[in-house]
Design a protein around this ligand. Sequence first.
Ligand code: SF4
Ligand code: SF4
Length: 101
Amino acid sequence: MLIKFRTDKKGVKISGAKDMPPMPASLGLMNWNKTSSWRNLKPIIDYEKCIDCFICWKFCPEPAIKIVDERPVIDYDFCKGCMLCAEECPKDAIATEVEGK
Ligand code: SF4
Ligand code: SF4
């Protein structure tokens, strides 16, 4: 599959979900492997800040972010706490909690 990104003089430019590949990183057999026991950091979505761009869904390396009623929802059975979602969120809408505190 050919993936096209918009580019400028500085290189690849990703400005939103429209510039991303059409599917999340999480595919296939990952659905069998619940990775929540690895987690020591826990992402929490702030729905007041969230603009439903689904960049978090596209970057999540596990099948841990579902789209429910057109909003991103974290499935903590699969979330391993890598915090890629928080890193990539353009609105800083995903907070980090230390697991178990
Ligand atoms: S949490 Fe952030 S990255 Fe995820 S949909 Fe909301 S604004 Fe986009
Ligand atoms: S921390 Fe975020 S990106 Fe990482 S597995 Fe959990 S939901 Fe996915």
